[in-house]
Design a protein around this ligand. Structure first.
Ligand code: HEC
Length: 112
């Protein structure tokens, strides 16, 4: 094998490995799965977010009331109203426990 070919093969293997590793960064997951409601900036001021009366994660008081384990629990199990109607879906099916845990630091950063 010529060395350039070897290099190309190594590059392709690397790209493949990156694509196969399941964990996406929290920022990417937030953008794809959460921003629609909670807003890219975490303020909850999206069309859906306003309707759902979502909290402003840039507000220190909101952050203070929210425990790390609540963030994990809510994202894992979802939110349901008292009649059992889904307000926010559970993400345990599409995200790993590690990816869900990464939201804690990500959400804390909105406080600025
Ligand atoms: C369909 C809109 C929607 C999407 C998408 C969504 N959420 Fe929520 N989220 C909600 C609603 C509604 C609540 C409950 C608010 C309440 O009870 O007052 C909530 C609550 C939360 C809470 C609990 C703290 C709070 O604000 O009450 C966290 C943490 C949270 N969401 C994180 C996420 C993360 C992380 C994602 C993406 C993986 C996500 N949400 C996606 C609608 C959504």
């Amino acid at each position: 094998m010529k060395s350039t070919t070897k290099l190309l093969a190594a590059g392709a293997a690397f790209v493949l490995a990156a694509a196969l590793s399941s964990a996406a960064p929290a920022a990417e997951n937030w953008e794809n799965l959460c921003a629609k409601c909670h807003g890219a900036d975490g303020k909850g001021q999206t069309k859906v977010g306003k309707k759902l009366n979502l909290k402003d994660y840039t507000d220190a008081a909101v952050q203070a009331k929210m425990k790390d384990e609540d963030i994990i629990k809510v994202t894992t199990e979802g939110v349901f109203d008292k009649d059992g109607k889904e307000k926010m879906k559970a993400f345990k099916g599409e995200l790993s426990a590690a990816e869900i845990k990464d939201f804690v630091a990500y959400i804390r950063k909105f406080k600025g």
